[in-house]
Design a protein around this ligand. Structure first.
Ligand code: NAP
Length: 325
């Protein structure tokens, strides 16, 4: 019997791919591939641009096993006749850790403290009080000054309550936040609000976390009207996809000092050097790195390998985001 041929990015960790079933024939796909290659299963490079360069050279692909959780670019690239699976669950820890770190970084005004550290300026610390007052509108006199804020007890709106959203909830637990969960559809125990309640819940949230897929429905979900509904100084955290937030509206809300934000993802990506977002106040940007850790490849290959075994045994797939028509 002919072995199933699995094309994988040649650059990826050799050990990680040992998780794949031994019965398959592995085909290393190097960046710069310039000839046709027949494979049954394609594991695309995690970097979309590199993956897109490979795709035109592949023949016979029936199954795409993405190493990523977000696969929004793949259906349009490969068409409807190929089954596509994501690496559901592989990025929970890394992305949830990024989310927690980003929230604490901004609530503790670390970007400002890093600036004053680099300027060897101990006295500059009081700028944190001014920053807190500007953002929160709380001008009551405090002694000592407010130089950091607390996450504990804050009201947090979690938009997206899937694999990563639930990991974020677990990591938020020690902070005893008042958590409002939101997903596409409502459910009870635990209480999950439907996305139709977004505008109703936004005014209550001090921190808004976006961790949902980019789809037609979620595109531009956070626009001017939503920023207007947010609390003064609310923190928007986008660990999902840039286009879920309307960038112009975000730039305006940041420049007005209405909100602060932590973004791992932007629209566009990469963000060009001249883009106004780079120069907005109260903003932390990381260049789409939240899921990248030394554990990435091994975890993602394990998810892909399990799905491949199910595919080879004719069992129902767990992570299909598109079934071949
Ligand atoms: N920054 C990064 O590096 C990074 C890393 C990993 C993932 N991500 C992004 O994070 C997304 C979520 O990953 P995941 O593994 O947690 O996905 P998941 O397990 O599929 O969960 C997605 C959640 O989003 C909800 N949802 C879907 N469409 C929605 C909408 N229009 N409005 C409100 N909620 C909606 C779903 O609602 P239901 O439960 O009702 O279906 C579900 O709760 C991925 O799609 C990816 O784009 C980013």
């Amino acid at each position: 019997m002919q072995k199933i041929r699995v094309g994988y990015p040649a650059i990826l960790d050799v050990e990680a791919k040992t998780a794949l079933p031994h019965e398959v024939e592995l085909v290393a796909l190097a960046d710069g591939l310039d000839h046709e290659v027949a494979v049954d299963v394609w594991i695309p490079d995690p970097y979309q641009t590199r993956a897109r360069r490979i795709w035109p050279h592949l023949r016979g692909v029936r199954l795409v096993l993405s190493l990523m959780a977000g696969t929004e670019w793949i259906p349009a690239t490969v068409g409807p006749h190929i089954t596509i699976c994501n690496a559901h669950g592989a990025h929970n820890i890394s992305t949830a850790e990024w989310t927690l770190s980003a929230i604490l970084t901004l609530l503790k005004h670390f970007p400002l403290f890093l600036d004053i550290q680099r300027a060897a300026n101990w006295r500059g610390r009081k700028e944190a009080s001014a920053e807190y007052q500007r953002l929160s509108g709380d001008t009551r006199p405090y002694h000592p000054d407010v130089m950091m804020e607390e996450l504990t007890g804050k009201t947090v709106l979690l938009v997206g309550y899937g694999a990563i959203g639930q990991e974020i909830e677990r990591m938020l637990a020690p902070f005893h936040v008042d958590l409002m969960r939101m997903a596409r559809s409502a459910r009870a125990a635990p209480l999950v609000h439907p996305v139709s309640a977004l505008d109703e819940l936004l005014p209550r949230a001090e921190v808004v976390i976006l961790i949902l897929p980019l789809t037609e429905e979620s595109h531009g979900l956070i626009a001017s009207a939503q920023f207007a509904l947010m609390q003064q100084g609310a923190l928007l955290v986008n660990a999902a996809r840039g286009a879920i937030v309307q960038t112009d509206a975000l730039v305006e809300a940041l420049n007005q000092g209405k909100v602060r934000a932590a973004l791992d993802v932007t629209d566009p990506e990469p963000l060009p050097p001249e883009h106004p977002l780079w120069r907005c106040p109260n903003l932390l940007i990381t260049p789409h790195v939240a899921a990248s850790s030394p554990q990435f490849a091994a975890r993602a290959f394990k998810v892909a390998a399990d799905e491949l075994r199910r595919y080879m045994c004719g069992e129902a797939l767990h992570n299909a985001v598109q079934l071949a028509t």
